[in-house]
Design a protein around this ligand. Structure first.
Ligand code: PDD
Length: 289
């Protein structure tokens, strides 16, 4: 089993032995926010961007991140050191704390619960990415605050399960069964007649850190790019489809709903962006990339 270690309530433990109260707000209501950050050579990839998104998510749900932010930034590094994980990911969850079950916020003074888990996750090579990854379309019936990285993920869980039960790896959400928004845990791009498209940021999707960095690479490479909505029909008809996300990097999708995209092989644009993205891991200063 891959190495996993967790910090909760002031203690470092094996993840299987770490516990929270049954009255924790994340457990009762999904009342919390989270981040998933890549660990590369024992350091945090794009850490500054993840931290800023966590601050934004917290502000939007009126959660007092400041009460645990210093502890969090120290613990994340301590946990990486203690676990010895060189290549992996860190999961950070902050809930509104522990309090008797009542929908309204707990009384002032209840401290948010901080959970940090570090686990191993090997870096993938292009050969790994070339193995067919497929997706299915799922109805996007989520709320209108998908830009908040909230622990309330039931629609994403149901969509991913639909994908897995149909032998696919990812579910691609479509609003009104028509407009492609994002994946259950990734952002979605397509390449059509030499132009790259992805859904614009806003309330319908999570502004992915990998998406932001991929946009930077697209601009650098001078590939025509439009951040504008596209339909499921256009996606099916695309030359290339790829998803981006922490752990996914830039990952080709070769089939949607069991139908090949393009010629059914990873396309040149996807391969180039995948390679350029993986080069970012070699940067000296990637924590503030
Ligand atoms: N999910 N969209 C959704 C709905 C996501 O859950 C994620 C990431 C992304 C990609 O964001 P980023 O590039 O910042 O990882 C887009 C994480 C990895 C998760 O829930 O495990």
């Amino acid at each position: 089993m891959a190495l996993r270690m967790t910090y909760v309530d002031g203690e470092f433990r094996e993840t299987d032995l770490a516990t929270v109260s049954v009255e924790d707000r994340a457990f009762q209501f999904g009342d919390g926010v989270y981040e998933v950050v890549r660990i590369c050579r024992g350091r945090l990839f794009a850490w500054q961007r993840h931290l800023e998104r966590l601050r934004r998510s917290s502000r939007k749900i009126l959660l007092d991140l400041a009460a645990v932010e210093q502890e969090m930034t120290q613990v994340v590094r301590q946990l990486i050191d203690k676990s010895g994980v060189e290549s992996g990911q860190v999961y950070i969850q902050i809930s509104r704390g522990q309090s008797w079950r009542n929908h309204a916020f707990p009384r002032p003074g209840v401290k948010p619960t901080l959970i940090v888990t570090v686990s191993e996750l090997p870096m993938r090579t292009w050969e790994d990415f070339e193995k067919a990854e497929s997706a299915v379309i799922a109805t996007d019936d989520r709320w209108l605050h998908c830009d908040i990285k909230s622990t309330s993920l039931l629609p994403n869980v149901l969509a991913r399960e639909k994908a897995v039960s149909e032998g696919a790896q990812e579910a691609i959400f479509a609003r009104d069964d028509r407009i492609v928004t994002e994946g259950s845990a990734s952002n979605v791009f397509m390449v059509s007649r030499g132009v790259i498209y992805t859904h614009p940021d806003g309330p319908l999707i999570l502004p992915g850190i990998t998406k932001e960095l991929t946009k930077m690479l697209i601009r650098r490479l001078g590939i025509p790019f439009e951040e504008s909505p596209f339909t499921v029909a256009e996606l099916r008809d695309a030359d290339e489809v790829f998803i981006t996300g922490t752990g996914h990097d830039v990952c080709p999708i070769l089939e949607v709903d069991h139908q090949s995209i393009g010629d059914g092989k990873p396309g040149d644009v996807t391969r180039m962006l995948n390679q350029e993205f993986r080069k970012l891991y070699e940067h000296e200063n990637f924590e503030i990339i």
